[in-house]
Design a protein around this ligand. Structure first.
Ligand SMILES: [Zn+2]
Ligand SMILES: [Zn+2]
Length: 138
């Protein structure tokens, strides 16, 4: 089983002797013309994509990936300071719809520290000041 290799072209599990050394394309696919091989590889890729998005987890992964791409350009809005920030500014949070915490790492640290020192009221005061200096101004 450990000797089985997935052919990059046809996407099938094949024994290692069906591959020339260092090749990730099986000997059968090696005989295809470049155009035929491209068509075959595309079909394999879309079948894998369909399989991915056919499962609940696959759809979730695809949705998260799409969100992260949009966050890279527009940023994700922090629910505490109301500033758009890149995904790298957020801690991971697996149950969240986008896999990230709703508030940015900076706010999270401020929140923990202020609640520890002055309770929820202290955090609310800090949060209001952060929001006032955000692009939204509130
Ligand atoms: Zn193949
Ligand atoms: Zn924030």
């Amino acid at each position: 089983m450990s000797n089985a290799i997935v052919c990059l072209c046809c996407g099938q599990d094949k024994p290692s002797y069906d591959f020339r050394p260092g090749h990730q394309i099986c000997t059968l696919c090696d005989t295809l013309s470049a155009a035929e091989a491209t068509i075959m590889a595309r079909a394999t890729f879309s079948a894998q994509h369909k399989f991915m998005t056919a499962t609940k987890d696959g759809r979730r992964q695809a949705r998260i990936a799409a969100k992260l791409v949009s966050y890279e350009t527009t940023g994700k809005r922090c629910t505490a300071c109301h500033c758009p920030k890149p995904p790298s500014a957020y801690n991971k949070c697996a149950p969240a719809p986008d896999g990230l915490q709703p508030i940015c790492r900076g706010c999270n640290e401020l929140r923990v520290a202020s609640i520890k020192n002055g309770g929820l009221t202290a955090w609310r005061t800090i949060r209001a000041a952060l929001r006032a200096s955000s692009p939204e101004g509130r």
